[in-house]
Design a protein around this ligand. Sequence first.
Ligand code: AMP
Length: 213
Amino acid sequence: MNIILLGPPGAGKGTQARRLVEERGMIQLSTGDMLREARTSGTEMGSKVAEVMDRGDLVTDEIVIGLIEERLEAEHAGGFIFDGFPRTLAQADALEELLERHGEALDAVIEMQVDDEALVARITGRATCASCGEVFNDATRPIPEDGKCPSCGGTEFIRRADDNEESLRQRLMEYYKKTSPLIGYYYCKGKLRSVNGLAGIDEVAAQISAVLD
Ligand code: AMP
């Protein structure tokens, strides 16, 4: 089964994708994670990507489509979760073509609905465990006082350079201008399913499971 998790930054796509990986053996393809890896590569492309990401703009379609194309070769018995991709109509068309070329199809697009004020609060206090990706939040789920991740015991936590209010506003603007048209696009294709991204993590996971089952 191949699915897309669609929603604005901070909607909880990464958190839910990690659960699906654990529970269903799916493979998470996060273009954001791939690009964060690319920016540390020390190449000219890496530093260009870093600039664009820190501003909160979208990286070019060509770059992200290339990244996804490379990953589609991987073993994927449990199916792919596209997390943060596609983000434009051109990317959505390219994905359809790539999947078709690999004899695959898209089964569902799960839209995670949230409101903007909740996103600002979630994102500006966000930190993630460097080893397992568990997400914390200064206001709602602070890093434990002993400084250890409860999931894996890791002691290093990362705050993203683009998780500040100014970049977030720009990321939201990009989402509404370029990504939200995908909601109508997938609705027309009969693939869209919506869940309430403001519910607790377990409740959202249950809603997603219900869609997949
Ligand atoms: P994310 O981790 O998904 O929030 O992505 C972080 C940043 O990476 C975004 O704000 C964009 O700058 C870039 N990015 C991630 N995925 C894409 C994509 N599919 N298309 C263009 N830019 C992307």
